[in-house]
Design a protein around this ligand. Structure first.
Ligand SMILES: C[S@@+](CC[C@H](N)C(=O)[O-])C[C@H]1O[C@@H](n2cnc3c(N)ncnc32)[C@H](O)[C@@H]1O
Length: 479
């Protein structure tokens, strides 16, 4: 495998340097700087805790108090979730309108778009037009899903094109959907600011539109399709690589400008700038994906070696597709299988869910709580929609993200904090709340697993993270 892709051999020392965990001093400097930029003075990252780095309280916290809001470094909505929720491609806020959210979901359901084949997953672009205009030829009279109810013809289009305004939806207004500046018709944003930020940090390389900076849009589509069919964590790894390439190019342009030089296409790699560009990613705890991933229950232990070879080969195929799409000669070491495997492993080990509650749920709850006769009048219009949507009418936005600070938090089965979204937390930031009073200097811990599970089950799940928990609860419950 490495002979087909010899980057690993040619850049062995660069790759090893990129994968060497940063020194405690580098960790301290990086997180002190990050916390100061974010004006966050209530916590600190200590690089020398019992389990590597950890997060510590810098002030006292009361039960229920917000400990931290953490902006993600890279994140992606699950492909399978795109049919349910239209969210900003950068901050993951719900966008458009209540009518568009409902209409779009019904439209995609009617089209029979399989989960994971919406937005960027569509190669013919047909499904992507559903944000701007409903297809008037579509049949709205039948539902493809069991127990879901038929709607009058034309209703879904009028929800999507704004002709039908639902009662009380003005109380749940959402930012308008701003299309991707690259013209892909797949990514939408809550503002021009978010569109530009996403473009600059990763989307310009991963956009399938005509202004894309990818070297091959066809290869990009193939890469995305492969990820959707196999493991959409590959999309997140691609974002991390694009993020690093674009950061490298920016750092290099600034450096050359300072030197009074113009960027040159055949310019050699500036390794120190590549390390600098990679720095935010270098801070994440990593292991190679195929070494650390837990053996699925249906795989016999005697089949462990072939299983691990198989997922390594899956990652290799994904990487080759990505390389054909966005390769950058100056950032060649980033396209090695070792880097790709460690990136995927980093997302697996940090296991950070991206969750944003749906305003559609709030909307239907509001209707349900209206007094008579307003409730009856509103429900005459909304009840058929609710019936057509079925049980999963208010699925939240779900995905995976890498949060720099949350990913420094160690585990305890009796944690003093947890990731918990409050009513007002309507974007993709991670929110950590104190579960009990905490004193300055105490380590902030979260539980990586359901701490109510029996001891053996918790320990089995924690094996995925490569450690055996020795928290007070485990010590007490250990047989
Ligand atoms: C999300 S990272 C947490 C930050 C990590 N300590 C670091 O240095 O980057 C998860 C990893 O931290 C370590 N870890 C977290 N909690 C632990 C615990 N209670 N006991 C032992 N190791 C732990 C394990 O190596 C785990 O895979």
């Amino acid at each position: 495998m490495e002979n087909i892709c010899p980057i690993g051999q040619r850049f062995a020392s660069e790759i090893s340097a990129l994968l060497t965990p940063p020194s405690p001093l580098q960790v301290q400097e990086y997180f002190d700087q990050l916390l100061s930029t974010r004006k966050c003075r209530d916590i600190k990252v200590n690089p020398n805790g019992d389990f590597g780095k950890g997060v510590y309280a810098e002030s006292d916290f009361t039960e229920g108090q917000l400990v931290l809001k953490d902006q993600m470094l890279v994140g992606a909505q699950h492909s399978s979730n795109k049919i349910d929720c239209l969210v900003c491609g950068f901050c993951f806020r719900f966008i458009g309108s209540i009518e568009l959210q409902i209409g779009r979901k019904l439209y995609l359901q009617e089209l029979g778009v399989p989960k994971g084949c919406c937005g960027s997953d569509s190669s013919d672009g047909e499904d992507d037009s559903c944000i701007e205009n409903g297809d008037s030829s579509m049949a709205c009279g039948s539902s493809t899903t069991k127990d879901k109810v038929s709607l009058p013809k034309g209703l879904v289009e009028s929800l999507m094109n704004g002709e039908l305004v639902l009662p009380y939806s003005d109380k749940f207004s959402l930012p308008p959907a701003v299309p991707c500046p690259g013209g892909c018709g797949e990514a939408y944003y809550c503002s021009k600011l978010c569109a530009e930020a996403d473009w600059e940090t990763s989307h310009s390389l991963l956009c399938t539109g005509e202004r894309s900076e990818a070297i091959s849009r066809e290869a990009l589509l193939e890469f995305v399709q492969h990820a959707n069919e196999t493991n959409d964590i590959f999309l997140l790894a691609a974002k991390a690589i694009s993020f690093t390439i674009l950061r490298y190019r920016k750092l290099k342009a600034t450096y050359l400008e300072k030197q009074g030089k113009t960027p040159n296409a055949s310019s050699p790699t500036d390794l120190s700038l590549l390390f600098e560009a990679w720095k935010p990613i270098s801070m994440g705890h990593k292991r190679r994906w195929w070494d650390c991933v837990a053996l699925p229950v249906d795989v016999e232990s005697s089949d462990e070696a072939p299983f691990r070879m198989q997922i390594r080969s899956l990652a290799f195929t994904s990487l080759q597709l990505l390389k054909a799409a966005i390769f950058d000669m100056e950032c060649e070491p980033l396209f090695s299988l070792d880097i790709y495997g460690h990136l995927i492993g980093m997302f697996e080990l940090n296991n950070l869910d991206l969750v944003v509650a749906s305003p559609v749920e709030d909307y239907f709850l509001h209707i349900d709580e209206l007094p008579y006769p307003q409730k009856k009048e509103a429900e005459d219009i909304t009840q058929p929609l609710l019936d057509a949507l079925g049980d999963d009418y208010a699925v939240c936005c779900q995905g995976t993200a890498f949060y720099p600070l949350q990913s420094c938090m160690n585990h305890s089965c009796c944690p003093n904090a947890k990731a918990f979204k409050r009513e007002e937390d309507r974007d993709g930031q991670a929110t950590i709340i104190a579960l009990k009073p905490m004193c300055k200097g105490e380590e902030v811990t979260i539980s990586y697993v359901d701490e109510e599970l029996p001891f053996e089950e918790r320990q089995a799940l924690l094996e995925d993270y490569g450690f055996k928990c020795r928290c007070p609860k485990c010590m007490e419950e250990e047989p």
